[in-house]
Design a protein. Structure first.
Length: 308
């Protein structure tokens, strides 16, 4: 039961991230997606550090920087470049390939055995997302495809390395989220100022949108996301990311009047089934990853006798 609720809480993160598109298009100043990403990351990260009252130390300075760039700083711009150069459905489908990247990386980075079961559900999930968001008129652009693919690779590495490195003892998931959000925000800061700048007008609706992205879509969701990565199989967590484009499509239908036909409904069924199937583990357990937030397991009685 504890695993069930951990999965539910972790799944709430990509579900909330699915609101980013409608918040950006309906509440924020047009033409400033990078500024929205910056506001989602940097202020939220600094606030999380204050609330968690913990700063990185030792190797965690560079680890937090690497993770922050992979999970936020590089991921956000690449996603927006893909969205600008491709129809939304193509960009969302490429981003949905992130679980496939993780399924491959866990074999080489975490030394987990290859899982055909896991790969099957990832492919089913990607097909489901494609059915939901792709349209027959979708056109391809080389730069957009490259950016979309790199965004999936960037977050795939970020998620896998987050699992491998864990977090330091006595540092909360919010503290880890704060370090990464701050690092990602600092990476985005010069890029945003050089390419977009600050919107000329920020009204009350925009302020509400930025607060949603920063407090809920930033601090809260990344705290739950990193907590889930620490407690669940990382490939299972990655599959939960398929919820993001599904929620975005559902909100488009509910709030913007976008239509969902029989093909889209079948896609929803495929993707949701894949998310559930991806939570079921089969075969032998993956090797234990040493996590600095927990102590090494105590020796069993038999091991203790052999050691003596």
């Amino acid at each position: 039961m504890d695993k069930f609720w951990t999965t539910v809480l972790t799944a709430s993160a990509p579900a909330v991230w699915g609101t980013t598109y409608i918040v950006t298009t309906e509440m924020l100043p047009a033409g400033h997606p990078l500024f929205a990403s910056l506001m989602r990351a940097l202020p939220a990260g600094l606030l999380a550090i204050v609330l968690a009252r913990a700063l990185p130390s030792g190797s965690w300075w560079w680890k937090s920087t690497v993770l922050g760039v992979l999970n936020m700083g590089a991921f956000f711009p690449l996603l927006f470049v893909a969205a600008y150069h491709l129809p939304g459905g193509v960009a969302a489908t490429l981003a949905a390939a992130q679980p496939l990247v993780v399924a491959i990386l866990v074999v080489f980075i975490l030394y987990e055995p290859f899982s055909a079961w896991r790969l099957f559900w990832v492919v089913v999930g990607i097909i489901g997302v494609a059915l939901v968001v792709l349209r027959s008129t979708a056109a391809l652009d080389a730069m957009g495809v490259a950016a979309g693919a790199l965004s999936a690779v960037s977050m795939g590495f970020g998620v896998t390395l987050t699992k491998k490195w864990g977090r330091p003892a006595k540092v909360s998931a919010m503290g880890l989220a704060g370090w990464q959000l701050t690092a990602g925000g600092l990476f985005l800061l010069p890029i945003t100022l050089m390419t977009e700048g600050v919107p000329s007008t920020i009204d009350h609706t925009a302020v509400a949108g930025y607060l949603w992205l920063g407090l809920v879509g930033g601090i809260l969701t990344y705290t739950l996301w990193f907590r889930g990565i620490g407690r669940l199989p990382v490939a299972s967590v990655a599959v939960l990311g398929l919820l993001s484009p599904l929620v975005a499509a559902a909100l488009g239908a509910l709030l913007l009047g976008q239509t969902l036909g029989i093909v889209q409904m079948v896609g929803f069924a495929f993707a949701l089934t894949a998310i559930v199937g991806g939570q079921i583990t089969t075969g032998r357990k993956p090797p234990q990853i040493r996590n600095t937030e927990t102590r090494e397991p105590a020796l069993s009685a038999a091991q203790a006798r052999r050691a003596s």
